[in-house]
Design a protein around this ligand. Structure first.
Ligand code: MD3
Ligand code: FE
Length: 220
């Protein structure tokens, strides 16, 4: 497969990002995380050393195909008891790893560019996709305050993001999210149904056959 035509541009091409409106309250900042990718991925590795990737189980008993971990004051967990945010990693009983400065600063700067000044996430869910992994349509509604946006950072292989409406049955738009793309989902988009189509095969220069997505949330 082929990669971004823009992979070879100088790093400062990310200094003047196009702000691409996606929907009411949602904007894509193309490539803004590209210059930080190595630092972000080193920070992911340090988090995974303490809070390993795991496939959570839905309340309905299905094992998710996305592998997940978290950092921050609380982390998103799913098991037979339901979905929730928890201050402890259920695998270790210990607090989740701290949110690295690189994560916090990128999330706050992206949110500010989208009009959400002062975004201070307390949770970052980290998702890992291999070819074939998908995330079915859902809403993110386990957070306490829906006035805060969610900021997502895509790294590695590109994905087709499915962005639906307020009803599960609304036909989703398909949006390609590539390495370094950051999306801010706020306002009326905050509770939209969304998902990720099965990841296509590929081999990314930094990540190999993987996509990693960071989602920053104000959970409490
Ligand atoms: C739109 N993750 O972790 S990020 C999730 O690529 C999740 O791993 C996807 O959906 C991923 O919950 C999509 C983009 C995203 C995240 C949260 C949203 C889009 C959103 C919340 C509301 C609307
Ligand atoms: Fe989601």
């Amino acid at each position: 497969m082929t990669f971004d035509l823009f992979d070879d541009l100088p790093e400062d091409s990310a200094a003047t990002p196009a702000i691409e409106p996606l929907a009411d309250g949602a904007v894509v900042l193309r490539g803004v995380a590209r210059a930080d990718a190595e630092v972000l991925l080193a920070d992911v590795q340090a988090i995974v050393a303490r809070a390993p990737w795991r496939h959570m189980v839905t309340p309905g008993g299905l094992k998710m195909s996305v592998a997940m971990t978290n950092c921050g004051a609380c982390g998103w967990v799913s098991d037979a008891r339901g979905y929730r945010y928890d201050a402890a990693d259920p695998l270790s009983g210990q607090a989740w790893p701290d949110m690295p400065a690189s994560f916090r600063e990128l999330a706050a700067s992206a949110a500010a560019q989208a009009g959400f000044a002062g975004f201070a996430p307390d949770a970052c869910l980290i998702n890992r996709y291999v070819p074939g992994t998908r995330l079915s349509l859902h809403q993110d509604r386990d957070e306490r305050d829906f006035t805060a946006p969610i900021v997502s950072v895509s790294l590695g292989l590109p994905a087709v993001f499915l962005f639906g409406g307020m009803r599960r049955a609304d036909k989703p738009q398909r949006v390609r999210l590539a390495h370094g793309d950051v999306v801010v989902w706020g306002g009326p988009s905050r509770l939209a149904f969304h998902g990720v189509a099965p990841l296509a095969d590929g081999d990314h220069p930094l990540l190999g056959p993987l996509r990693i997505n960071l989602t920053f949330r104000k959970a409490r």
